[in-house]
Design a protein around this ligand. Structure first.
Ligand code: GLU
Ligand code: ZN
Length: 491
């Protein structure tokens, strides 16, 4: 049997880490089994729907390189793949359930349900519909219809017995039917389906074989299984994915930091890093291997490597992956990725001039080692395009030294700048060490004074390489400027 799986988001917010992991696992599972990956838009909650979320969904999947075999835009034989375009089907099947005695019309007004809720609150009971309309006669119903009341359709949950079900990861489970939400609404009075009805009908008619989704949907399984039975259909295989937690063991949320992929993207995470790291939350190939490309996961992903225990989303680990993937890029690829960040920060002109392009091209290999995110780039190499106007005194003057000593260092430096151009890093080191011995300062302090004078910050690419890029003349100008600023007491 062909594997058919789906990602079925509701476009009510930005794509976040948990959702993207669900999409990836479905996609990899389909690919690894030569099956089909479907995208379905569950947009029946019209109040929470937004166009922006839908656009964010498409652009996130595209950015990650995830293509769907059937779904919106690409079409397919089970379409439409947008639930709001399928409402006629849901109505027809809800009515069928009424005809076969598995569902019924409920005419209760919202006022009555509100009163019921209040009463149950006083009695300290959990809210549940009291099944008032479950056995109304045809005449009683006609009377209510004549009053103009538009009914909802509710599912008849069996009044006794158990519903048994199985999850691939969590095993067999069973629930008393009396513990299932009494008679949930399938079709609202406006003719729109609820999540449960639309989800079950679509999974059936789209031929879904496996449901891989977040564990928050586990409580819905008994209800869905009862629905499948009522229709006389076979439920798919369920596999609820391990939870995604923050480092404190709580469910990952905004409290822990950004969770939307759009934020990560803006900050300059690479799609390869997100895809790789997110795939390791709750899944592992073996105990040691960490690096996977999308193509590799398309071959290697299996459900039996899912962990039962929740996965932890570790921002530091993701940063580490991002740095690794930045360093894996060729200089040209990385340069193309960095340009928008430099343009946006105004570090270079838009479009870049030829001279700027040349500087950037030379700087990329140096900067590569220093970047954690692409968005770091203006800070790391901005000094190559613009001389620092100022510097911070605490950065410039080493802790154990004073202004006089710092001026001495700057003086010595300005007299030997040609050496930074003509000598290699290895060659110049002993020369610098000698100078430091003469001055009685540490090499680290000596180089930090140079770094801050020339770049304005303590973080910048390797300083010898940076000076080679800047040239002796420009470096000299900056050192002189720093000396003047220091002497004039300016900060
Ligand atoms: N629309 C649901 C969601 O947003 C889908 C849940 C499911 O996969 O059944 O998560
Ligand atoms: Zn009712």
């Amino acid at each position: 049997m062909e594997v058919r799986v789906r990602y079925a988001p509701s476009p009510t917010g930005l794509q976040h880490i948990g959702g993207v992991r669900t999409a990836l696992f479905n996609y990899f599972f389909a690919r690894a089994n030569g099956g089909k990956f479907l995208l379905r838009i569950e947009d029946t909650d019209r109040e929470r729907y937004s166009d922006e979320s839908l656009e964010d969904l498409y652009s996130t999947l595209e950015w990650l390189g995830i293509k769907w075999d059937e779904g919106p835009i690409v079409g397919g034989s089970c379409g439409p793949y947008v639930q709001s375009e399928r409402t006629e089907l849901y109505r027809e099947y809800a009515r069928k359930l009424v005809e076969t005695g598995h569902a019924y019309y409920c005419y209760c007004t919202s006022e009555r349900l509100e009163q019921l809720r209040e009463k149950q609150k006083v009695e300290k009971k959990e809210f549940g519909y009291d099944r008032k309309c479950r056995d109304l006669s045809e005449e009683e119903q006609q009377k209510l219809r004549d009053q103009g009341i538009r009914p909802v359709i509710r599912l008849k949950i069996p009044l006794d017995g158990y519903t048994e079900y199985e999850d691939f990861l969590l095993g067999k489970m069973k629930k008393k039917n009396t513990d299932v939400n009494p008679d949930p609404i399938l079709l609202k009075s406006d003719g729109f389906p609820t999540y449960h009805l639309a989800n079950v009908i679509d999974d059936h008619f789209m031929g879904i074989t496996h449901i891989l989704r977040a564990q928050e949907w586990i409580p819905s399984i008994p209800l869905h299984v009862i629905l499948y039975k009522a229709f006389g259909w076979e439920p798919p295989v369920y596999c609820h994915l391990p939870m995604v937690m923050g480092s404190d063991g709580q469910k990952l949320s905004k409290r822990h930091g950004s969770t939307s992929v759009r934020d990560f993207r803006a900050k300059g995470y690479l799609p390869e890093a997100i895809l790789n790291y997110v795939s390791l939350i709750g899944w592992s190939y073996d105990d040691s291997r960490e690096f996977f490309t999308r193509e590799e996961l398309e071959r290697l992903f299996t459900l039996d490597k899912l962990n039962k225990a929740p996965g932890v989303f570790d921002y530091k680990k993701l940063d580490w992956f991002n740095g690794q993937y930045i360093r894996k890029k060729s200089d040209d690829e990385l340069m193309a990725l960095l340009i928008p960040y430099l343009e946006k920060a105004g570090t270079v002109s838009t479009p870049m001039t030829e001279a700027e392009t040349a500087v950037l091209k030379a700087a990329v290999p140096l900067a590569k080692e220093r970047l954690k995110y692409l968005s770091d780039i203006p800070e790391v190499i901005g000094f190559l395009f613009k001389a620092p106007e100022n510097y911070c005194r605490e950065d410039l003057i080493p802790k154990k030294l004073d202004q006089t000593k710092t001026l001495e260092i700057l003086d010595v430096l300005s007299g030997m700048l040609d050496k930074f151009i003509t000598m290699s890093e290895e060659e110049i080191e002993p020369v610098l060490r000698d100078k430091c011995a003469e001055l009685g300062v540490k090499l680290g302090d000596f180089l930090m004074v140079l770094r801050v004078a020339v770049t304005g910050t303590r973080i910048s690419p390797p300083i010898v390489g940076s000076i080679k890029l800047l040239g002796a003349e420009e470096t000299e100008r900056r050192i002189k400027n720093t000396i003047n600023l220091l002497k004039s007491g300016d900060k």
